[in-house]
Write a protein of this length. Structure first.
Length: 299
């Protein structure tokens, strides 16, 4: 195992998490994770977040206001938006009983990576695009590497807790931090996206891309975005050629751009070989086959 020393900022954050865990020793890990969400920022304690996580958590002001809202904290050797990580983690940990979010298509993907990608696409097509020239620029601005590192950390740490390997959030984060980010990326690829690895090569890139595209499309359709996004037909389906025929509404090519943007992060940070493959025309319907063109994801 590759050991990484905790930086002072991370040690301070973990000590604070341990403090909250001691003060809430009779509560479940799920409840504590959501309690920690209150120490990030107001945007992570809105009614939408409460619905997504199944837990109503108020923003906590006072002495420890936004104690965990650190945008540039080093975790597993990579700069990570720690507040985003904590918020996403609260939606990754299994919750007891049946909640409203369990009865919808909403999952922890949508408060992490799928939400980051989908939100960037929504912003580009909205009136608040702030003169963003294309989807790629929106992705670079609203789905940064530090956001993706937070998303992957939330999934892997959540999996450590849900599996029973750790009974506390602080210990699960300590464990995650002892592993190189490249290894954590590969764990995420395999466990969440169904990736199959052979050395440094991702063998089923088309399947992985299709799963990313599917989750992003579900986020856009489930969001509170304008009705234009919900009424778009074939949001997932790719055109025969890699081109944007209509730039006034989101389409399959936008979804593909988003999934390739996330794949590029994982290839670079995971130390993987560059990718070259033909995407599926429609995720979840493999019998339709792939498109005729190839896409590339550089290392």
């Amino acid at each position: 195992m590759h050991l990484l020393k905790a930086m002072p900022e991370l040690e301070e954050a973990l000590q604070f998490i341990e403090k909250i865990e001691r003060e809430n020793s009779g509560k479940s890990v799920y409840e504590i994770a959501n309690k920690l969400r209150g120490y990030t920022k107001k945007g992570y304690t809105t009614p939408l977040w409460n619905t997504a996580t199944g837990y109503s958590q108020e923003y906590i002001a006072g002495e420890f206001k936004e104690k965990l809202n650190q945008e540039y904290l080093v975790l597993s050797g990579e700069v990570t938006d720690f507040g985003h990580f904590i918020a996403a983690l609260s939606d990754q940990i299994n919750q007891p009983g049946v909640n409203w979010s369990d009865l919808t298509s909403w999952t922890g993907d949508h408060t992490s990576w799928a939400g980051d990608i989908g939100s960037a696409i929504i912003v580009y097509y909205s009136k608040d695009s702030n003169n963003i020239k294309d989807v790629e620029e929106a992705l670079s601005k609203f789905a940064r590497d530090s956001d993706y590192t937070a998303d992957i950390a939330a999934y892997v740490v959540g999996a450590l807790i849900n599996s029973g390997k750790h009974t506390s959030i602080s210990q699960a984060i300590y464990h995650y931090n002892t592993i190189s980010y490249a290894e954590n990326v590969r764990t995420f690829l395999k466990k969440r996206l169904g990736g199959t690895m052979e050395g440094h090569k991702l063998k089923n890139a088309a399947n992985v891309e299709a799963e990313i595209r599917r989750a992003v499309s579900t986020f856009i359709r489930s969001s509170n975005a304008p009705d234009i996004f919900k009424s778009v037909k074939n949001l997932l389906k790719l055109q025969p050629k890699l081109e944007l025929e209509n730039t006034t509404i989101p389409n399959g090519t936008d979804m593909l751009q988003g999934s390739l943007h996330f794949l590029n992060h994982m290839v670079r940070k995971g130390g993987l070989d560059s990718l070259r493959f033909k995407p599926y025309q429609l995720p979840g319907v493999p019998w339709l086959g792939t498109v005729t063109y190839e896409v590339k994801v550089p290392r």
